[in-house]
Design a protein around this ligand. Structure first.
Ligand code: AMP
Length: 935
């Protein structure tokens, strides 16, 4: 407020009247919540000085200051206004505030009326020293956004009940931002709890409810007993989603990515995305295409289409989803982020994520927390998501709150990011559509998550073959008698004169006829245009496809210098300075390349070629083991600089983010990103490879089998530090055996590169070869600085990634009596020991790609050793781990007929490694010895 305006207001306000008790109470109210008082009071209180950072204001000097100010005003005014304001005025404002805070606890949310709502004292008149006797008294409504300054208490009370205790239960007072709270108040209170819909809108909603119900009835009668995970009970989801997409398009949205579990999925596919009903019926009838791959059950299927909106067509993508209910959420977010990047959309204005949750799953599964935590971070923000809970009040057979969660609502997790939460009774589709639009507008305005809790019920059991009354007898006694949402709404519209009698039946039979024809039933459906990145260059490609990865030495040196150059004013830490000085020498060919140089050079050459790279991981900027230093921290002002983004004008961008401390959601996010963008090189790095098991669901359900199940290609690379260096059971193994066990159908490649040149070629191959399948890399730790693990620049300008590497010392093959085959760091242990022993009768072969096994390359190497009968597979991992059990059939097939293959390595063990360094050293020495000593 301008000073002059403030002055005028002060003089006209109660402050000039000496009503100290009143103003003090008002001030207390303001301190509880700034939106509780009217705008003018709030602005006035806002101007009072705060102690410290505004904490503990109640006991601060603020009030004293405010009293003095009031006294001065009093003196200046020289008078006491006649008629002190009613002391009840503040009580009224308190009542309003109480409804804003706790009205949802009395809201009419449960269609079955089973929720036991405890009476909330704050919502009673008596609690605020008010009574019905005051109903006719006029009060100032403070900040209540109903469009008038004063109202009778009776009206206020009614309006409050309509707004906050009707079919919408709004939880938003946990939000700290006054602006956001005021925004929500304006929207909720502005319509006084009764949003008005035009009759065409109402008819549209009715048609959508008819479609929701009609499809389930149709499927139920045509395919009785078949699992369909019916939406029935939560029918309003269909008008809700359509309203959401339509409004998103109206506000400039171009793409919507939806993630949902199986409940209601078939309905969403047919009635929102416009999947042809006939295609669905064919799936029910067991027909399927002869595409390669395993396929998946119909209620896991994804789908893509376009959808007409007032703002133009919006592209819709429903993500494929396994039965792990919530894991698809970060996948959706990753897909959205990739689309945002493609559209140059930094804020999420053009791409909307919608995630649909079950009430038990959202409260139960930790991945939800992870995605909330990611929602505002640099690496993962998508401008807010719309999160919808289809809250049918039961998870499979479990519905007692004391069994499913420890929170009042299943949505309480959303409060961790101060997301507003709108609970809404699913039997009131207008309220549903109203909060949906409000939620989207909030997300688009504030770029933050919003939660809608669609409180409904489940008409059948978990699936249609289940008997729910066995475990939920009372609920299902009610459900059986409960009319469907369509019927309730049709009756409402008939009463309102919007619907003629018989219209409803006609619409129902029209929808059934449309299904009989098997044609698309969504009016807004449009043929898909190419919104997505073009996947055709990658479809059907095999590993041996030709690709061009050549690069001249001159170019390599130039790029090497550029990526090793740091502006003078960017003061580096002395250790980092040293790394960069060394890199410059490597770039100039004065020193052999180490791992960090070669890896960084691979990225630099790719961005130079215009490729976009995204690398995330818990310490990826620096590298867990101090080797990467791609993000440089200025020692003077902590500013960061990335040489990789300063190679040349117009280059591709590289994004490197230190991730939130998660494996599951982060890997799922990167999977989502990589399945939506084939042109980017997408990489995730584990802090220690061991922790990748925190993302096991993503690896099992998506990464290893997404192409097989759903035909979705994904070029995600996982960098997993692996190697036995005496750091104990949790810092040794990236669980190579698990990746190898899941290897089949050429689903991915599993590599264990041992030289800087190899890592250089491997990274470039992953991007330049037109194959988009995951790359799993066992990356080294001690090899990052191992004196033997170095490469000359020439090794990078010639050749490509070698899937297998033969003996490098000049042993005479004829003298070789044993061939040791190995992968990874143990190679150097073997090499050093053999050199120490000056042994010439053991050759060492490295398998750099364990899957797909490079049979041809190995056969080529084996040509020299056809006379050898003694072959050894040597590994650092215990016998039940590593490659021995999963890959020995490949090793056996590679050795000459009649030769023997034996094992040199640690004994089988439940733990990946021992915890004692001395024991580790003993074991390591023994396995090297076993491998080299011919008895
Ligand atoms: P979307 O933008 O996800 O709706 O994808 C549009 C179309 O692109 C899909 O229907 C597929 O034909 C194709 N497509 C999208 N993602 C992939 C992928 N990861 N692998 C193969 N094809 C894809």
């Amino acid at each position: 407020m301008q000073d002059g305006v403030m002055q005028a207001w002060l003089e006209s306000s109660h402050l000039a009247g000496g009503n100290m008790a009143y103003v003090e109470e008002l001030f207390e109210l303001y301190l509880d919540d700034p939106t509780a008082v009217g705008d003018e009071w709030r602005k006035f209180f806002d101007q009072l000085p705060r102690e410290g950072a505004g904490v503990d204001t109640k006991h601060s000097a603020v009030r004293e200051q405010f009293r003095t100010l009031a006294k001065n005003k009093l003196k200046q005014a020289g008078t006491v206004t006649a008629g002190a304001p009613d002391q009840k005025q503040v009580k009224v404002l308190q009542l309003i505030n109480a409804y804003r805070f706790r009205g949802h606890q009395h809201a009419n949310l449960d269609p079955l009326d089973l929720w036991k709502q405890e009476p909330v004292a704050d919502l009673s008149l008596e609690h605020h020293d008010l009574s019905k006797d005051d109903f006719d008294k006029e009060f100032n409504v403070g900040s209540l956004a109903v469009g008038q300054e004063t109202m009778k208490l009776g009206e206020i009370f009614e309006v409050l009940n309509n707004i906050y205790c009707g079919p919408i239960g709004a939880e938003y007072m946990h939000i700290v931002s006054t602006e956001e709270k005021r925004w929500i108040q304006q929207r909720l209170e502005g319509v006084r709890g009764r949003p008005e819909f035009k009759s065409e809108q109402q008819q549209k909603i009715l048609k959508e409810l008819i479609a929701a119900d009609g499809l389930e009835k149709y499927l139920g009668s045509k395919f009785p007993g078949a699992k369909r995970f019916s939406l029935e009970g939560g029918d309003s989801l269909i008008p809700m989603l359509k309203a959401l997409i339509s409004r998103a398009g109206e506000q400039g949205g171009k793409e919507v990515v939806i993630g949902m579990a199986h409940r209601g999925r078939l309905n969403v596919l047919v009635n929102v995305l416009g999947k042809k009903p006939q295609d669905l019926f064919d799936e029910f009838a067991g027909k399927h295409s002869n595409n390669k791959g395993s396929g998946d059950v119909k209620y896991h299927s994804g789908f893509s289409s376009d959808f007409a909106t007032p703002g133009g067509d919006v592209h819709l993508a429903l993500a494929f989803n396994p039965s792990h209910l919530e894991i698809v959420n970060p996948v959706v977010m990753g897909s959205v982020r990739a689309r945002m990047d493609r559209l140059g959309d930094k804020t999420g204005a053009k791409v909307l994520p919608i995630t649909i949750h079950g009430d038990s799953a959202i409260a139960g599964q930790g991945i939800v927390q992870e995605t909330f935590n990611m929602s505002q971070t640099r690496a993962y923000q998508v401008g807010g998501s719309i999160r919808i809970v289809v809250n049918n009040q039961v998870g499979f057979t479990t519905s007692k709150r004391e069994d499913t969660r420890s929170t009042q609502y299943c949505t309480d997790i959303a409060k961790m990011v101060q997301a507003p939460i709108f609970h809404v009774n699913a039997d009131d589709p207008e309220a549903v559509v109203f909060v949906t639009q409000l939620a989207l507008d909030f997300r688009n305005t504030f770029k933050r998550d919003v939660m809608i809790d669609l409180v409904c019920y489940r008409r059948h059991g978990h699936n249609e073959a289940d008997e729910p009354s066995a475990t939920q007898p009372l609920m299902y006694t009610k459900v059986k008698k409960h009319p469907v949402a369509r019927a309730i709404y049709a009756e409402r519209l008939s009463k309102a004169g919007v619907l003629e009698s018989g219209d409803d039946d006609q619409l129902v039979s029209d929808y059934r006829d449309a299904l009989d024809k098997g044609e698309i039933v969504v009016d807004e459906w449009r043929e898909m245009k190419s919104h997505s990145s073009d996947w055709t260059p990658y479809i059907g490609q095999e590993w041996d496809v030709e690709y061009d990865a050549k690069i001249s030495k001159q170019q390599l040196e130039k790029i090497g210098v550029a990526m090793s150059t740091v502006p003078k004013e960017h003061k580096l830490h002395s250790r980092v300075q040293k790394v960069y000085e060394e890199r410059m020498k490597m770039a100039n060919g004065e020193k052999a390349a180490d791992w960090g140089f070669a890896e960084t050079l691979a990225y630099a050459t790719l961005v130079d070629e215009g490729v976009h790279i995204r690398l995330t991981g818990q310490d990826s900027g620096r590298g867990t083991f101090f080797h990467r230093h791609a993000v440089l921290h200025n020692q003077k002002d902590a500013a960061t600089y990335m040489p990789l983004n300063n190679i040349r004008d117009g280059q591709g961008q590289i994004e490197i983010y230190d991730s939130v401390l998660s494996e599951a959601a982060v890997v799922a996010f990167e999977y989502g990103y990589a399945t939506a963008e084939p042109k980017s090189l997408v990489m995730w790095e584990a802090q220690f490879g061991d922790f990748v098991n925190g993302a096991q669901v993503v690896i099992d359900q998506f990464l290893s089998s997404g192409e097989q199940k759903w035909g979705r290609l994904c070029g995600l690379t996982l960098l997993l530090p692996h190697g036995y260096e005496g750091q104990g059971p949790e810092h040794s193994s990236a669980r190579l055996e698990r990746f190898l066990q899941l290897s089949a159908d050429h689903n991915w490649s599993v590599c264990v590169p041992t030289t800087p040149a190899q890592v250089f070629h491997m990274i470039r191959r992953q991007q330049l070869r037109p194959v988009r399948r995951p790359l799993i890399v066992m990356t080294p730790k001690s090899l990052l600085r191992h004196p033997l693990a170095v490469s000359e620049l020439d090794e990078m300008t010639t050749g490509t990634f070698q899937n297998a590497i033969g003996e490098i010392d000049s042993l005479a093959p004829k003298k070789v009596k044993r061939v040791v085959i190995c992968s990874g760091k143990v190679y150097y242990d073997l090499l050093q020991e053999r050199r120490k022993r000056e042994q010439e009768d053991v050759a060492i072969i490295r398998i750099e790609q364990l899957y797909p096994f490079p049979a041809e390359e190995v056969a080529e190497i084996m040509k020299d050793y056809q006379h050898v009968k003694d072959f050894v597979w040597c590994q650092e991992e215990p016998q039940n781990q590593g490659a021995w059990y999963s890959s020995q059939h490949n090793f056996r097939a590679a050795i000459p007929k009649g030769a023997e293959l034996t094992y040199a390595g640690r004994e089988a063990s439940a733990a990946p490694a021992v915890g004692y360094l001395s024991e580790h050293n003993k074991q390591q020495q023994k396995l090297v010895d076993d491998a080299l000593t011919i008895k």
